[in-house]
Design a binder for this molecule. Sequence first.
Ligand SMILES: [Fe+2]
Ligand SMILES: [Fe+2]
Length: 236
Amino acid sequence: MKIFNKNDKMSSLVTSNYNLLPVINRFGIRLGFKEKTIGELCREQEVNADFFLAIVNTYNDENYFPEAELLSFSPLLLIDYLKNTHNYYIGYVLPKIERLLNQVLVSCGNDCASLKMIGSFYQKYKHELLLHLQLEDEKVFPYIIDLYKNRQLRNDQTSIQVFENEHTNVEEKLTDLKNLIIKYLEPGYNHNDMNEFLFALAQFEKDLYDHARIEDNILVVQVEKLEQELTQQGSR
Ligand SMILES: [Fe+2]
Ligand SMILES: [Fe+2]
């Protein structure tokens, strides 16, 4: 798969993989790219082009994960990006999935038992996911920002490890939901609507997987390193 660089046209990024469009939008870059390159548009929008490329290439090719490069970026830059992603999930993806689910539920004829089961599984899943995002937005990210700005460990023995243990595997639950539909759903609904719902789940699953990969393999690793440094300096 192609690895994009600063001299590639921004338009070629989208035409080669339309799923990258929401990822690009998270950086504040919108359609209407003209003939501009990735480097030019990033400069215009005051986006760090190397960081932008590391993220879009990670999303574009699941075998590409520039761990060393990603580790070199400021965690504050990462958090900014991760927060934008959370807002995208909460404000757009979840309402869209829910709308599609309701559309299928409305189309159901007589026997809706398995469909209703999928509906309640989804509601439970959504609840857990929102709690997870909330924990990161309200506890984990502020902890990290504070640690980087003040370079001081907290007196209450809090460490990223405490949060990492609470990092539920939300993406695995989504895979379960998808498999439940594919393997056990009883007929009796509008299949086009159901397919649309399933496609939206699959796209979200991929996005969440890459999101969690960046959190676990980059952000947590960076924070653990800083905590170790601060412990050695005896900052607590
Ligand atoms: Fe997150
Ligand atoms: Fe997470």
